[in-house]
Every structure is written in structure tokens, then in C-alpha cells.
Design a protein around this ligand. Structure first.
Ligand SMILES: [Zn+2]
Length: 227
């Protein structure tokens, strides 16, 4: 019964683990699993789009001519810009926490703290991993499998409970998608291993839902051997 809580379909860093009792205060609206199940994929994409806009609104975004934004654009151009007929849209947040995340509607956001930590090849691996979450519809599946979803009025936050083992399985699946994508684009896949070796075990003050980086690195090396 281990659950992780996703906020904003945030798939790289999770904010909490285990069975938490979230106080259902007056400012929080809880959507039951029955109600969640009847949401269409389009409904979930609309919610994700609103959540991404809200996150952008709260963040400090690097301007178009900011060096980090120009660097990200160059890296982005080496990868597909359309997944499942949806254009991918990227922004750099000026935030020292080494983090990146994606939402179902095609937002990929990368913190400046992560860009400063990683080489271009390692960032290609991160973006390919995030594209994997979008292509494999992990956020949409997370919505569907959640025992309930909370929307807090105050911060306009969406809290989704996801079983920890499922969240960890998604990480491994996104790594494997990234590996295949990098090979297809003739990009050195070593960035996947190097990026994981540099990532802090806990990139935030909260426990992460990612399987251990060592486990993910071994899985990638295994898959590479069979290519
Ligand atoms: Zn991930």
C-alpha cells in the first residue's frame, strides 16, 4: 500500500511517499476514483495543460535570448518535436533544484540547476526520458489508476496518488523508450547512464519515487548489451 503523490503529473521528482493522510480541508476538492475513471483522455490533457500554465505562471522562466534557453533549443532540435500528434513545448525555469518534468499535454520543463549539472549529451537523455513519459501516456495512466485526485483551490494544485511500484515501473519504461529513441537518432546513449550517475538520490527534501539510480543504470546497460 505504498503510494506516491504526484503534483501536476510531475514525473521526475515526486513529493512524498507512503500512505499519507491528507487532511481534506475546506480548500481541497477530492475527485473519487469513480469520477476519475470517467474523465476522457482529452479531459486529462486539458487538466494537464492548465496545470502546466499554472506552473509557468509561478516560475521564473528564462527569456528567449537567455544563454540556457538557447542551449536547450539546440539540444531540443536533435530530438522529435511531435509525439502522438502533439507538439512538445519546452521552457527553462530559473530554479537551482536539479529537476525536469513533463505533462500529458506536451510540456517539458527543465530547471537551470539541472542544465548546469549536465552536459548536452546528458540533457538529450533527460529530454528523451521525458518524451518517453508523454509517448507512453504515463500521466494519463496515473490519473486513471489513482484511488482519488485532489484539487486544492488555494494553489490550484492537482494531487494524484500513484502506487509507488507503478511510478517506479514508469521510470524504467521511460528509460527504455529514451534508449531506443537516442539510438534511432544516432545520439550516444551513454548520456542516460552518465546523467543518472550525476543525479542526486534525493533531488529535493522529499523522498523520490524513482527506483534506485543504480537499478536504472543496470537495466539500461542490460538493454544496451542486447542491441
Ligand atoms: Zn521520469
Amino acid at each position: 500500500m505504498n503510494y506516491v503523490i504526484l503534483i501536476f503529473s510531475l514525473l521526475l521528482i515526486f513529493v512524498s511517499t507512503a500512505c499519507q493522510n491528507n487532511a481534506n480541508t475546506g480548500s481541497t476538492k477530492r475527485i473519487s476514483s469513480e469520477a476519475v475513471k470517467i474523465l476522457s483522455e482529452q479531459d486529462i490533457i486539458s487538466i494537464s495543460s492548465q496545470a502546466c500554465n499554472e506552473m509557468d505562471h509561478r516560475a521564473t522562466i528564462a527569456t528567449n535570448n537567455h544563454a540556457l534557453n538557447q542551449r536547450l533549443n539546440k539540444i531540443v532540435n536533435t530530438l522529435p518535436n511531435n509525439i502522438n500528434n502533439r507538439n512538445i513545448n519546452y521552457k527553462v525555469y530559473l530554479n537551482t533544484e536539479p529537476n525536469a518534468w513533463s505533462t500529458a499535454n506536451g510540456c517539458i520543463r527543465v530547471n537551470s540547476g539541472l542544465m548546469k549539472l549536465l552536459t548536452d549529451n546528458e540533457l538529450q537523455a533527460v529530454l528523451a526520458h521525458e518524451q518517453g513519459h508523454i509517448a507512453l501516456k504515463h500521466a494519463i495512466k496515473s490519473f486513471r489508476q489513482a484511488p482519488y485526485i485532489e484539487i486544492t483551490d488555494k494553489a490550484n494544485e492537482i494531487v494524484i496518488m500513484v502506487k509507488q511500484e507503478i511510478a517506479q515501473q514508469y521510470e524504467v519504461e521511460a528509460d527504455e523508450y529514451a534508449l531506443n529513441l537516442l539510438l534511432k537518432e544516432k545520439i550516444d546513449p551513454i548520456g542516460l547512464i552518465n546523467m543518472l550517475s550525476k543525479m542526486p538520490i534525493h533531488a529535493s527534501e522529499y523522498p523520490t519515487a524513482h527506483p534506485s539510480n543504480l537499478h536504472r543504470m543496470n537495466n539500461i546497460l542490460d538493454k544496451l548489451k542486447n542491441k
